[in-house]
Ligand binder design. Structure first.
Ligand SMILES: [Zn+2]
Length: 262
């Protein structure tokens, strides 16, 4: 790791990592602040200088949803300046380009990026599992082999499990009795048995809980075969479960366009 002396009295280090670009904001005349989910350093924000000039070499590589390899300047431990700066960027796969003319996939990617940011409230706290899930979901969305809505719901279910919020599906959320139970209660934590079922619990179609289970386990044969009403009911329960655990509602989730794009 190279150590670069700076004029401000502390030393900044150069370090490399690969990352998914979650969000891009304008800063001043020509700079951007990039929110990144990195493989080894967790979520962090970095300033990219001069990238909005037309002569910028790497501005186009710092668009949302891209997988990039980059060099950052700043302390990886977070000592010193809180805002790191981007000094080099190589594109690994710029998935964002593939979502530009495709509103359903663009909105699903936006919900994935917002969820990843919200599930990493503390900067520089590594979460390799969430990084892999986020990258895998964007890659699957770009590949177009599965409906965007299914890719999003599979991501949300698995991302919730990294936070310890995964809904119970194969056992009762309250007493743990194994089995596929018919009722589902968001406040109780998922599927509930007849003894534990609270008032107001939903009674989804059995196929809906089967889809939720398939998305959690990555059983795409079952998931791809699910009928549209089953997909809708499943995404409604997944969204309700996610929102219950988040302090603030996700902005992007109600905007997701679940018409099939491929
Ligand atoms: Zn029970």
């Amino acid at each position: 790791m190279a150590v670069v002396p700076t004029g401000s009295g502390y030393r900044r280090q150069l370090y490399r990592d690969d990352a998914v670009v979650l969000r891009v904001q304008k800063l001043g005349e020509s700079d951007r602040i990039i929110t990144l989910l990195t493989r080894r350093h967790g979520r962090l924000r970095a300033v990219a200088r001069g990238v909005r000039r037309t002569t910028s070499r790497f501005g186009a590589r710092l668009e949302p949803f891209g997988h990039i390899d980059l060099q950052l300047a700043g302390s990886p431990e977070g000592v010193g300046s809180s805002l790191h700066s981007v000094s080099q960027v190589e594109a690994v796969a710029l998935y964002g380009k593939q979502f530009l003319g495709d509103y359903p996939r663009y909105t699903a990617a936006s919900a994935i990026a917002e969820t990843a940011e919200r599930l990493t409230p503390v900067e520089r706290e590594p979460s390799l599992r969430l990084f892999q899930l986020t990258l895998g979901a964007l890659k699957a969305l770009a590949a177009g082999e599965h409906a965007g809505g299914l890719v999003l719901d599979a991501y949300l279910l698995r991302a919730m499990s990294t936070a310890g919020w995964a809904p119970a599906i194969a056992e009762c959320a309250v007493c743990g009795t194994p089995g596929r139970h018919a009722a589902f209660s968001v406040p109780a934590g998922g599927a509930v048995c007849p003894d534990c079922r609270p008032p107001g619990a939903a009674h989804p179609a059995p196929a809906t809980l089967a889809l939720m289970s398939a998305l959690t386990d990555g059983d795409w044969r079952v998931a791809d075969a699910a009928e549209p009403p089953v997909r809708r009911e499943c995404s409604g329960l997944v969204a309700a479960h996610l929102q219950w655990h988040m302090e603030r509602a996700l902005r992007s989730l109600p905007l997701v366009d679940r018409r099939e794009s491929s």
